[in-house]
Design a protein around this ligand. Structure first.
Ligand SMILES: [Ca+2]
Length: 136
């Protein structure tokens, strides 16, 4: 009786989707601070799931980690492009497992270009990690 239970738990753990599976182009979000991709899309640190969520991460969590039309049409980072436009789903029709309409053109939680006048209300700066530059 214990073996089937353990197998079921292992299967559940392996099958649990990462958050990047739950948004269009979640594995190819460009890093506005470099040439690679931003792995922890909902966070200010590109490589780690720190406690410091960016506004997209907060909005995604508020939507129960579901790519809703409302989340798609929101401009979480305030740079003038909707989350859907930045993640390659401008018509907000993507569903989990679908091929997105286009490529990710920007980061939905980091106002771009970083450091520009249009992003002056954003505390984030390239080179910051974790909580270091958030809230300054
Ligand atoms: Ca945006």
């Amino acid at each position: 009786m214990i073996v089937p239970l353990v197998l079921a738990l292992v299967t559940l753990a392996v099958a649990h989707p990462g958050y990047r599976d739950l948004m269009p182009n979640g594995y190819s979000v460009p890093n506005p601070c470099g040439a690679d991709t931003w792995q922890a899309v909902g966070h200010y640190d590109p490589y780690h799931h720190t406690i410091a969520k960016n506004q997209f991460g907060k909005d995604f969590a508020a939507a129960a980690h579901i790519w809703t039309e409302t989340l798609c049409k929101t401009d979480s980072d305030g740079d003038g492009k909707t989350n859907g436009e930045e993640l390659g789903d401008p018509a907000c029709i993507w569903n989990v497992g679908d091929r997105p309409a286009g490529s990710a053109s920007g980061h939905p939680g980091i106002c771009e270009p970083v450091g520009s006048a249009a992003c002056s209300n954003q505390a984030f700066r390239c080179g910051c990690h974790g909580n270091q530059c958030v809230g300054r």
